[in-house]
Design a protein around this ligand. Structure first.
Ligand SMILES: Nc1nc2c(ncn2[C@@H]2O[C@H](COP(=O)(O)OP(=O)(O)OP(=O)(O)O)[C@@H](O)[C@H]2O)c(=O)[nH]1
Ligand SMILES: [Mg+2]
Length: 195
């Protein structure tokens, strides 16, 4: 069994310069409400480490967690994009902040892109994936809310979500933060990415 990730909240930053020193860092990115903070909690095996929002767009900062028992490894829960109420100026500032962070954070070893398994990749998800590919940043796609897809639809959904991300079905990691599906496997990968 892969043990839970012992995460300890460190700080929230609005600027890469305010992030702590790190040797290896995994970033969790994706649409608002896709389940980033819920996934961080599930990986840690503790509820309430990362704030789960009832109102989308609540995570506006880079929330940085130390991975205890590792040498200077960190995990960052990034602010979500694509919520309806966001103004044009807010979108632009999100994009500038996140792009600077992803391009300039030297410790970054993996960008974990979450797509909603129930609704599939949105236009903004596809744009982000295209940008990550063009920028040659290492990334992995995780489909969330596996529990919300009826078991009779899962094989078809897995193909659709992968195709929407221009990936093969086996290249998408499915998880449910609620039911724990796929969490252990993803934990194992996170340990590898932080090694
Ligand atoms: N059924 C189900 N609901 C989930 C799952 N993961 C998250 N949710 C729900 O989805 C909503 C959003 O979850 P968050 O983890 O706050 O999403 P987020 O991506 O951090 O959102 P922002 O911080 O706004 O960017 C919450 O109501 C969660 O309870 C899951 O695996 N299954
Ligand atoms: Mg969040």
């Amino acid at each position: 069994m892969t043990p839970p990730l012992p995460l300890q909240f460190m700080l929230s930053a609005d600027d890469i310069r305010h992030l702590p020193r790190s040797r290896a860092e995994v970033a969790v990115v994706g649409r608002s409400n896709v389940g980033k903070s819920s996934l961080v909690n599930a990986l840690s095996g503790r509820q309430g480490i990362a704030k789960v929002s009832k109102t989308p767009g609540r995570t506006r900062l880079l929330n940085c967690f130390a991975v205890e028992n590792t040498l200077d490894a960190t995990l960052v829960d990034c602010p979500g994009y694509g919520y309806a109420e966001a103004s044009k100026a807010m979108r632009a500032s999100w994009q500038a902040m996140i792009e600077t962070y992803l391009l300039e954070r030297e410790a970054l070893t993996m960008v974990v892109v979450l797509v909603d398994g129930e609704i599939g990749p949105t236009r903004l998800d596809v744009q982000l994936l295209d940008w990550l590919r063009a920028s040659e940043l290492p990334h992995a796609v995780v489909a969330t809310k596996h529990d919300k897809v009826k078991s009779s639809h899962r094989a078809k959904r897995a193909k659709e979500v992968a195709a929407g991300c221009q990936l093969a079905p086996q290249d998408v990691i499915w998880v449910s933060a609620t039911k724990g599906t796929g969490i252990e496997r993803l934990r194992g990968l996170v340990y590898l990415w932080l090694d």
